[in-house]
Design a protein around this ligand. Sequence first.
Ligand code: NAD
Length: 520
Amino acid sequence: LRLSTIAKARAPSTMLKRTMSSNVPTTKLFINGEFVESQTTEWIDVHNPATQELVTRVPKATPQELQEAAASAQSAFKEWRRTSVLTRQRKMLDLQHAVRHNMDKLAASIVTEQGKVFSDAQGDVLRGLQVVENMTGITDHLLGTKLEVSRDMDTYTVREPLGVVAGICPFNFPAMIPLWMFPVAMATGNTVLLKPSERDPGATMILAKLCEEIGIPKGVLNIVHGAHDTVNFLTSDERIKAVSFVGGDNAGRYIYERCAAHNKRCQANLGAKNHAIIMPDANKEHALNAISGAAFGAAGQRCMALSVAVFVGETAEWIPEIAERAKQLSINGGFEKGADLGPMITPAALQRAEGLIQSAADEGATLVLDGRGVKVAGYPKGNFLGPTIIDNTKTSMASYQQEIFGPVLSCIRVDTMDEALEIVNSNRYGNGGSIFTRSGATARKFQSEVEVGQIGINVPIPVPLPMFSFTGNKASFLGDTNFYGKSGVNFFTQYKTITSLWRKEDADDRRSAVHMPTLH
Ligand code: NAD
């Protein structure tokens, strides 16, 4: 796919429609079922990370536009909450069909704005689509419980939607993460204000267009853009009952605290530092391929990337072989055939990662492979960082303490599994972690003792499918109700518990019962 094809593939909402004052395409707001040009004077430029070409300008929505979006969602809620669950199930079936048939268009938008390679961008869409597929079973997810608690008396539960809810997304999965949020919210009967990342809103706009085409009623899904001010609105407006957030620690903590202060539910998936432990009895080829793929794929810009490898005993001798594998990876524009990893999101993100690599060298680590300054033919301006391997990492180093979020693998050498576990468990994050071993007993010990929420046993990126939930813990998560699956349904619903008595008239009914009913 060449760039000209991609431009044609973009959603109408972000197409090359000219504004009076500028020749640059703009991203629209989606409010009350209409794609509208923002009246703002403040715009955020989105550049293709491989070329620096200006792709679109994203508005910082005005206060009035945010008010309109919230009013539209609140008004739509009155009807949407009353639709039959079968109607919402049907909409999920239609949405899954529409997303599947627009997979490549969505993936092309992701490559253009986010930079990941095309096949990986398809994976981004597919992992989100799986959430929609899971929501086609919303009838089962919403089943309540019932018990005859006494003679002629039943207690039963129903789950009801919360009202208007909001989603705030990061840049690194432009399709998957919005799809973790709005289909679950809508299937459970809520209406939504969604803020995609201001760095790559294109995939969300295509998804909004698909929702329009399948007849999601006006106002059920609204897309608002912006940065800090938009987030402040979403976390304080009293019509919004819950906020789903995925992103970095600073924004996440801020949003979680604001939600608490404004009486909103919040689920917040934050940063990560995921470790792999390599045991001497591991299947070496499998382990090295898995670690290399999970450390460098998507240019390391995945919250479940394996960014630290802890080598136990003689396995440290395998480090040069990971470097050999890393050197085979093709760094290229995401549409190029055979590309394995694309650019990082922005020049600033690249610069930050390069600085952390330098800090590791300055603090005494060994750069086994240094991807800084990599040249990519045809893409002289891209934000490229080649795979980088830092050996002899110490946990006190800045490159270990901070999430680099680039194609950088930090290697730590230890003598025993217990030392390895101590390192993993001392890390503040708890998103994911993997072990590579042929021993069931070792794997079982790891599973029991490791303090992270998503565990891979000979599996490098154990992101659970949506019949489960995404269960990062420790500093990687704030809240208590996880994303998607049963937990996601719980997040977007509240219980009503009803106790009813249906009895033919009875002599006892003539007397007042003043004691606490015990139902015996
Ligand atoms: P980010 O925190 O910069 O941005 C996320 C969202 O928060 C954006 O919509 C942005 O507009 C908003 N935001 C950013 N700074 C803000 C501020 N100061 N005040 C209010 N709002 C603000 O994150 P990012 O760089 O887009 O994404 C990368 C981060 O997301 C990494 O830390 C990664 O680990 C994390 N992430 C976590 C998961 C997970 O499931 N745990 C998944 C994907 C990404």
